[in-house]
Ligand binder design. Sequence first.
Ligand code: ADP
Length: 477
Amino acid sequence: MTFHKNLIDGEWIGESKVPNINPSDTNDVVGEYASAGLEEAKAAIAAAKAASHSWARSGILERHAILRKTADEIMARKEELGRLLSREEGKTLAEGIGETIRAGQIFDFFAGEALRLVGEIIPSVRPGIGVEITREPVGVVGIITPWNFPIAIPAWKIAPALCYGNTIVFKPAELVPGCSWAIVDILHRAGLPKGVLNLVMGKGSIVGQAMLDSPDINAITFTGSVGTGKRVAAASIEHNRKFQLEMGGKNPFVVLDDADLSVAVESAVNSSFFSTGQRCTASSRLIVTDGIHDKFVAAMTERLKGLVVDDALKPGTHIGPVVDATQLKQDMDYIEIGRQEGAKIAFGGERLDRETPGFYLQPTLFTEATNAMRISREEIFGPVASVIRVKDYEEALAVANDTPFGLSSGIATTSLKHATHFKRNAEAGMVMVNLPTAGVDFHVPFGGRKGSSYGPREQGKYAAEFYTVVKTAYTQA
Ligand code: ADP
């Protein structure tokens, strides 16, 4: 079996091996991956620091060419990488390939951005003096990623970091090292100088913590749980470093009486259950007005009966397994909590056995839920959603906003008035009208409000806010 090592200062190194297990079939080992210790983490940080000065001064054409080459190779290998992704994470093959294409598009976008770096020249208020405003790299960027988007999230952090001239210490999630290793390998072969991109697969409590504790990391971009996000924040304040957090969601999807029923059902099924509900933009609160409530629940139940839950790589599978045993237990615990809180299960709620041993769970729809229940307030991160009945649009909006989170918020309606009002008043970073709450473009800003996110937006041109620092220079001619 191939042993995939860490990349530190341009060398592949590592001794301790961890198996990468397929959640659709726990007998299937995807590969063996290195698990770094504290010394390797420190070496990676030192390498990134040493490479930082010269990479900050690298030519934009060099950065463009490396990002462009990476995009091309990801696109050319989309089937293979998409298969690897589905095998290690458990989303369906179509979703795995789709996510891989998206990673390619992100590298392509930032390859272009490297050629479009601009500043501003502004007259000073003092005659005879000129003012230049430019963007410079931050320095060493620490990248910590979660397991649910094994290639897209690393791509949307690595590509802008390199584009704007930063060096990187990259720690992927323990459960899905495969895709991260593959893109680091591609970038390395595309010609990155040594030390510019360092891969340190390993434990959050060791490698991640070493990154948080290091004064030599100038910025940390993190996607993951609220608890770890708070540690990143506290440690970053201590070191006066920039940080960006993308954490949980409890995204609402409102369905109004005037909605097109099939648009509402398709958007809700996609939002709540595709990718096994394991998306921070997934919708777990379906807020439905009285007049359409019963029709909506009946149509949802009918639609859920037709969904196939099986091995992520099998043709015909709509929903793959949950990512691992810990996550499955969390999902089952919340299903039990929902029952005890008095919500009714309209569909699902049970574990499933398939040909291979895997973490299969029925998509689960609760009805008669209230917004005060724990299943409506806490992020479950699985294929579990609750229908909350409301009397009208005003109540729907109030319930949608009554949450500690604020990532994505959706509505199904044919009313221009309500759609417009919702777009203006939803307390979320992203708003979707007649679309699922999940599924976003790669070239526009991504991020949330309230307890979901902190710091500048990711992706698109807005990514420059995080990956650069602004300098204002005055010259007297
Ligand atoms: P999830 O519940 O999605 O696994 P986590 O916040 O635990 O969310 O994990 C997200 C990322 O944060 C992973 O790469 C994980 O290894 C990392 N991580 C976990 N603990 C720490 C820590 N103490 N310091 C830094 N990173 C950590």
